[in-house]
Design a binder for this molecule. Structure first.
Ligand SMILES: Cc1cc2nc3c(=O)[nH]c(=O)nc-3n(C[C@H](O)[C@H](O)[C@H](O)COP(=O)(O)OP(=O)(O)OC[C@H]3O[C@@H](n4cnc5c(N)ncnc54)[C@H](O)[C@@H]3O)c2cc1C
Length: 217
């Protein structure tokens, strides 16, 4: 369906690739989410999300153009992260639960139509992944909710024309558009290592800035 509306892929900077796996028996887990940066992979990052009982979701997300520039194969980059000196000690006795999964993330910075006559695209199909964090669950649920409201009215009026479904474009822009634009700008800025260092230094000094950044994340 998405390919019908978007037959052409956009340049790689409009996509991320990510891979994650669950581990059991991770050492030294706190209740905090941990993010790891590497100068050559910015604005991408690695993460460790504790999920309780010594288990964690561990993964990496990279912008596709950066991964290609570094000639980085996703599985290899994931293996390197898991064996990174900052993590390896904590994962050395952990067991991999299932297998690592990875796929493509179409960022919401893509300027594309998300509706045509008889169809609205939500979630990843509609390229609604947050450009800064690569997260998409909330956006998928929110765009699904908006599309359902528009669809219910269109069906009631027996009018699923583009004219009617264009209301979806207006509504998702109204609800999520500003955040996506902010995130796309931050993603671009964080591609520069000096800016990330500066931001972290400033966050240490300003609680207001720190809570703004954490809010966005
Ligand atoms: C490694 C990784 C880690 C991530 N971590 C996070 C995170 O921590 N937090 C976060 O918010 N987001 C995260 N994301 C992004 C998030 O997973 C997606 O943005 C989100 O799942 C999108 O939801 P969706 O419903 O649009 O698509 P999906 O979750 O992909 O669901 C689509 C469903 O449709 C099914 N389907 C496909 N084709 C057909 C068909 N023809 N007929 C019937 N069914 C079909 C699929 O099997 C699938 O079940 C991560 C992504 C990756 C790759």
């Amino acid at each position: 369906m998405a390919e019908f509306l978007h037959p052409k892929k956009l340049p790689p900077r409009y996509y991320g690739i990510a891979m994650r796996a669950y581990f059991d028996g991770v050492h030294d887990l706190d209740q905090y989410v941990e993010l790891y940066f590497d100068q050559t992979a910015l604005p991408g990052y690695g993460w460790l999300f504790p999920i309780g009982n010594g288990m964690a979701n561990v993964g990496i997300g990279l912008r596709l153009d950066v991964a290609r520039r570094n000639r980085s194969h996703l599985l290899q980059a994931f293996d390197e992260f898991v064996n990174d000196p900052r993590l390896v000690g904590r994962l050395s006795h952990a067991t991999l639960m299932g297998r690592a999964n990875g796929w493509l993330l179409p960022f919401a910075s893509q300027r594309r139509p998300r509706a045509c006559a008889g169809m609205m695209l939500v979630g990843d199909a509609g390229a609604f992944v947050s450009p800064l964090t690569g997260s998409g669950i909330y956006n998928a649920m929110e765009t699904g909710r908006i599309a359902a409201q528009i669809a219910a009215k269109a069906i009631q009026a027996n009018d699923c024309s583009l004219n009617e479904l264009r209301k979806y474009e207006v509504k998702w822009q109204e609800v999520l558009g500003k955040r996506f634009r902010t995130e796309a700008t931050l993603q671009m800025l964080l591609g520069w290592p000096g800016i990330l260092d500066l931001l972290i230094r400033q966050m240490k000094r300003s609680e207001k800035l720190a809570s703004f950044v954490l809010d966005v994340l």
